[in-house]
Design a protein around this ligand. Structure first.
Ligand code: SF4
Length: 268
């Protein structure tokens, strides 16, 4: 059974196509590994290994009480690992699945190596105050229980929080950061779990090391997303899983069995 709390990914998948959501979250069907997913996962794991031990102990707000210390789930260290250490961890954590051949895998591996070298240099010189990495948070979006794993949370000089989401995609714009529903999800989760205010929502474009930052969403935007999350949660509870053909069909591997394309759904 899917987790009771709605994640951004689950919410987004359902909005794109309820039938596809059912294949993934109820029937438990898997899609083939893809190179870009493996590459993204490898980078996330390596950056977690690098930044995680440097997180600063920070108090979490739970049920209105400031009692729980968050050490980021890592053995703390004061100095960042060397570039050689970082690249060794990268080799250990590299995920080989999903590449069509050794050349493609090698090409991605080199992109990651170059990216990590530049990330290491920039991070060591700027030393942001990071309070959490890959943090699994739970909360509520309106009446809907939600959860999400936030890539990184930094404490800014103004004592507010910056919520960062790493992206390994080629193209990314400031407009993406301003309109991302995923960042709105994370804003709500961080606001409900931390005592400091959220000051910035950032899509961190790893290939260029460019942080694309937007201000936190206002109440109207959050309410709009909460309404949509409520619609999705109600529809899932009501087991409404009709196909919704659209652009996502081009990359959907369930077309052979999808009723919208003449297949026989596994839906009850
Ligand atoms: S092929 Fe299209 S309509 Fe069918 S499940 Fe996939 S995304 Fe939905």
């Amino acid at each position: 059974m899917p987790r009771r709390e709605l994640s951004y990914s689950s919410f987004h998948t359902y909005e794109e196509c309820p039938q596809r959501w059912k294949y993934l979250y109820v029937d438990g069907l898997k899609e083939a590994d893809r190179s870009y997913f493996s590459f993204g996962r490898s980078m996330h794991l390596t950056l977690e290994a690098f930044v995680g031990p440097l997180t600063s102990p920070h108090r979490l707000r739970r049920n209105g009480q400031l009692t729980i210390f968050d050490f980021g789930g890592h053995s703390p260290r004061t100095d960042p690992m060397s570039l050689d250490e970082l690249l060794a961890r990268y080799r250990e954590l590299w995920i080989r699945d999903g590449y069509s051949n050794a050349d493609e895998e090698h090409k991605y591996f080199l992109i990651g190596t170059d990216l990590l070298k530049r990330f290491h240099s920039q991070f060591v010189s700027s030393r942001p105050v990071t309070v959490a990495v890959e943090r699994d948070l739970s909360g509520r979006m309106g009446n809907v229980p939600i959860h999400g794993i936030v890539d990184r949370i930094d404490l800014r000089e103004g004592r507010g929080l910056e919520v960062l989401d790493y992206k390994t995609s080629r193209e990314l714009s400031l407009e993406d950061a301003r309109t991302s529903d995923q960042l709105t999800f994370y804003q709500v989760l961080v606001q409900q779990n931390y005592s400091e205010p959220v000051e910035a929502l950032t899509l961190y474009h790893l290939r260029s090391l460019r942080p694309l930052s937007a201000p936190p969403r206002d109440a109207k935007v959050v309410e709009g997303l909460a309404t949509r999350a409520g619609v999705v949660a109600d529809a899932i509870r009501g087991e409404r899983f009709e196909p919704h053909p659209g652009p996502v069909c081009r990359r959907c591997e369930f077309r052979p069995q999808c009723p919208a394309f003449g297949g026989r759904s596994t839906s009850a």
